[in-house]
Design a protein around this ligand. Sequence first.
Ligand SMILES: C[S@@+](CC[C@H](N)C(=O)[O-])C[C@H]1O[C@@H](n2cnc3c(N)ncnc32)[C@H](O)[C@@H]1O
Length: 218
Amino acid sequence: MVFRHLLRGRAQADAPGALRQARLYDLMSLVVFNRHRRRVYGRIVELSGAQPGDRVLDVGCGPGYLTALAAGAVASEGDAVGIDPSEPMIDRARQVRGHGNCSFELGKAEALTAPDASFDVVLSSLALHHGPEAARAKAISEMYRVLRPGGCAVVVDFRPPQGRLGQHLAGVLAGNDMRHNPIDRLAPMAQDAGFTSVTSGDLGFSLHYVRAYRPVSP
Ligand SMILES: C[S@@+](CC[C@H](N)C(=O)[O-])C[C@H]1O[C@@H](n2cnc3c(N)ncnc32)[C@H](O)[C@@H]1O
C-alpha cells in the first residue's frame, strides 16, 4: 500500500484509481526502470507495429512517457493522444511531453470519448489494474470500439510475484490490486471483446503484455 498511497494522494471521487502525484510517479518510473525504460517502453510501441502516419491512443497515460515514444514512431504525419483521469498527470504530461504531434486529455479507460474506429493503435501500460475487473472488461471493449478494423491494441500490466513472500511484499508496497492482479484474464477478456490474433508475452520487470487485433471484417 505504501507506494500506492504515496502516488494517489487525495482520492479522486470520480476515478478512485487515479494517481495524482505526477512528478513523483515520473521520478519513480525513471528510478525503477533506470536505463532500461526506453527499451521496455519502446518494445511496447514496436509490438503495436505503429507506423508513420498512424493515430495512437495511450490509455491511462500518466505523465506520458509511452505516449511520447509512440508520437516519435508515428512521426509528424501521425499523432499520439494520451488520456488519464488524473488532472495532475495530464498537466505534467502536457508540460513535459505535450509538443508537436503528442497531446493529452482527461479521460477514463472505461468510458473513452473518442469516436468509433478513430485510432490505428491503442496502447495501455500499467493502468488497467487500477480499476475493478468489470471496469477492465469495459475498458478493453472501449479499446476495441475506438480502433479501426485491422488496428492493434497492446495492453501491458504487472504480473504479481508467484511466491508467498513476493506476494506479501507486493501487497504491502503496492496494494491488493497489484498482489492479486488477474493478469491471465486479460487475453480472454480481449477475446470476449471481439479481438482476434491475441498473443501475449513478458517484457521483463514483471510486465506482461497482451497484443490483439480488431478483425478487418466483423
Ligand atoms: C501506474 S500509472 C501508469 C502510467 C503510464 N501508463 C506508465 O506506464 O508510466 C497508472 C495510471 O493509470 C491511471 N488511471 C487510474 N484509473 C484509470 C482509469 N479508470 N482510466 C484510465 N487511467 C486510469 C492513473 O491515474 C495513472 O496515471
